[in-house]
Design a binder for this molecule. Structure first.
Ligand code: 6GU
Length: 246
């Protein structure tokens, strides 16, 4: 997969993309992430990227020309006439694991990071094919949001994670929050690991984990439960244990 990112602050990407799983994915050639500075596509002496809003009011608005020109140059370089062009904006559709799964299917993505108070609406209307927000709060710019989106997508590319299993049991991948995990020591400050996990009985362990994931989701994120595909027996067990926590 290739991901091109258009932004005003390219240095914000250097460290996050050079750590851990994303770094390894790039080294293995599973993803090629290219950062572009929108300022490089200006033509005036001062490399102007923004201007006053028509109609007045506070703040500056990103000009359309450098963004359109950058996107055009990238498409030409890639030899494609169409590709998903995703604008990161608090006005976009809400990002989620299922949006990440959908985006991970593409071979090319272009992400555009907005900044300052806003960006010319013609970018949204005539260049972007999608607009994404990472949550209901306001960031100073789209760069951090782009990093969140890239991280969530890259770990879904086949071969990126060590064992194919580890993406499958993550919180949200089966619609539920993840079950509690433990490692050594068996007793820490008097707190013991649940004995079922030491039993070696894989059937019982799987059932305990499934039930813990259900209970945790019901308590913390009941809005997610309908995506968890509970069977009647699981629903009954959940209701009993929510009412009567032992
Ligand atoms: Cl994508 N951009 C900005 N500036 N703020 C946000 C956001 C994006 N998603 C949530 N807040």
């Amino acid at each position: 997969m290739r991901i091109d990112i258009l932004c005003l602050f390219p240095e914000m990407f250097a460290s996050p993309l050079n750590q851990s799983i994303i770094k390894r994915a790039q080294e293995q050639g599973l993803v090629n992430i290219v950062i572009h500075d929108i300022r490089d596509y200006t033509h005036d002496k001062h490399h102007t990227v923004d201007d006053y809003p028509y109609g007045g009011g506070p703040g500056m608005v990103l000009k359309p020309e450098p963004i359109f020109e950058a996107a055009e140059a990238i498409k030409q370089q890639l030899g494609v006439s169409e590709m998903p062009i995703i604008l990161l904006t608090p006005q976009g559709r809400l990002f989620s694991q299922s949006v990440a799964q959908e985006l991970a299917l593409h071979s090319h993505l272009m992400l555009i990071c907005g900044h300052y108070e806003g960006l010319d609406e013609r970018v949204c209307e005539h260049l972007a094919t999608d607009e994404i927000s990472i949550g209901d709060y306001v960031l100073s710019g789209g760069e951090l949001a782009a990093l969140v989106v890239v991280d969530a997508i890259v770990r879904l590319i086949p071969g990126v994670l060590g064992s194919q299993d580890s993406a499958g049991s993550d919180s949200h991948s089966n619609g539920l929050l993840e079950y509690p995990q433990y490692t050594r020591p068996q007793v820490y400050q008097g707190w013991s690991v649940p004995s079922v996990l030491l039993s070696g009985n894989h059937g019982e362990i799987a059932q305990w984990r499934r039930r813990q994931a259900i209970l945790r989701t019901a308590k913390r994120r009941p809005d997610l439960l309908e995506k968890g595909n509970l069977c009647d027996e699981e629903r009954k067990w959940m209701l009993e244990n929510l009412l009567d926590p032992k």
